[in-house]
Design a protein around this ligand. Structure first.
Ligand code: PMV
Length: 343
């Protein structure tokens, strides 16, 4: 080929290359993306707020977010599958949570953002859906604005966001949503770094999560416990001591993989949650049903007052049996596992 033909070919190549770049930019809207894990608490919800230890596991469902810069305002399109009324109940808290995140990330509050939220984690109370969405949104904002943000910082930002939903959060939900896996969590109530230790089990364990379908207000539940604890220390102090012992025993039992004992300890944890008045008749009914169907143990999970319960159902057969029984009563279930190293 002579030199003239060479330069013609080069010009043609460039033409096709530029056209393909333009087509890609037009086809794929550029945006920031992020995800956060959902979770179940096996031991210690509510007690963790006061610096007692808890055990939490991420589940194989997450919230995803996509963010693009907008001319003005915060425009949220929430396409998560939710319990009836969940999005409406949480809308104001959601806006406050995003404003808190922007502040914690040092972003000008006048920055306009279009935010989409979806993913496989249903908006049921108790599964850490608010923390999962905060982690997802914080990651997506960071990517959209070209900020390099570490997981540690994302976790701090989501903790600030959680204050909008929980008032005085422990940090257990945002930590699970950020890092995933199974973990031991202990809040440092003096403001220092929380104690977070990954836990390892021989094999992941099947669980069934049952949703009462009732939307709960975590903030009101946390405040209710604080109020009753303050007014009734003689009753509450011994319950709190038992909760601490239970989490310690739960950890040993998990690590020894004694699942029968683990279930009994979860039952015991449910009893303590009933005593601090965060269970409900629907939660108690689902917990009883799961136990009658052979679950090794069952308890409410998360803030309570509605929301979800979790049943320990090792093996696919038992898991299927408990899940069907709950479904047959008309409640939604999620069959998953705890102790998966990382989903
Ligand atoms: O209901 P959820 O998924 O928001 O879980 C709340 C857990 C609490 O222990 C009640 C509050 C907290 O911040 O730890």
């Amino acid at each position: 080929m002579n030199r003239r033909n060479d330069s013609k070919q080069a010009a043609l190549n460039e033409h096709f290359y530029l056209n393909s770049v333009i087509a890609t930019l037009q086809g794929a809207k550029l945006m920031g993306k992020g995800s956060g894990y959902g979770k179940v608490i096996l031991f210690g919800e509510h007690f963790v707020v006061y610096g007692l230890p808890g055990i939490v596991s991420a589940i194989d469902a997450s919230t995803d977010a996509e963010v693009t810069k907008a001319v003005k305002g915060l425009n949220v399109r929430d396409e998560r599958k939710t319990a009836k009324g969940y999005s409406e109940e949480k809308r104001l808290q959601q806006v406050e949570s995003i404003e808190r995140m922007m502040k914690a990330m040092g972003i000008d509050p006048k920055t306009g953002l279009d935010i989409w939220i979806g993913g496989s984690l249903p908006g049921f109370s108790g599964l850490g859906a608010s923390a999962a969405s905060s982690v997802a949104i914080a990651r997506a904002i960071a990517q959209e604005l070209g900020m390099q943000v570490s997981d540690e910082k994302i976790n701090q930002v989501a903790y600030e966001a959680e204050k909008a939903y929980a008032g005085n959060p422990s940090g257990i939900d945002n930590t699970a949503a950020t890092y995933g896996g199974l973990m031991w969590f202990k809040k440092d109530t003096t403001g220092g770094p929380d104690k977070v230790e990954p836990l390892h089990v021989r094999r992941p364990i099947e669980i069934v999560i049952g949703s009462t379908g009732k939307v709960a207000n975590t903030k009101a539940m946390v405040e209710g416990v604080a109020e009753r604890k303050k007014n009734n220390p003689a009753n509450y102090d011994p319950i709190f001591r038992q909760a601490e012992n239970l989490a310690v025993a739960g950890r040993k039992t998990l690590e020894a993989y004694d699942l029968k004992k683990l279930g009994e300890l979860m039952n015991e944890n449910h009893r303590l949650l009933q005593q601090i008045e965060v269970s409900s008749k629907e939660l108690d009914a689902l917990v009883d049903l799961a136990r009658k169907q052979g679950a090794f143990g069952a308890k409410l999970t998360g803030g309570g007052g509605g929301g979800c319960m979790v049943a320990l159902t090792p093996g696919k057969d038992l898991q299927g049996k408990v899940a069907s029984a709950i479904k047959n009563l008309g409640f939604e279930v999620l069959s998953t596992k705890v102790g998966v190293e990382k989903y």
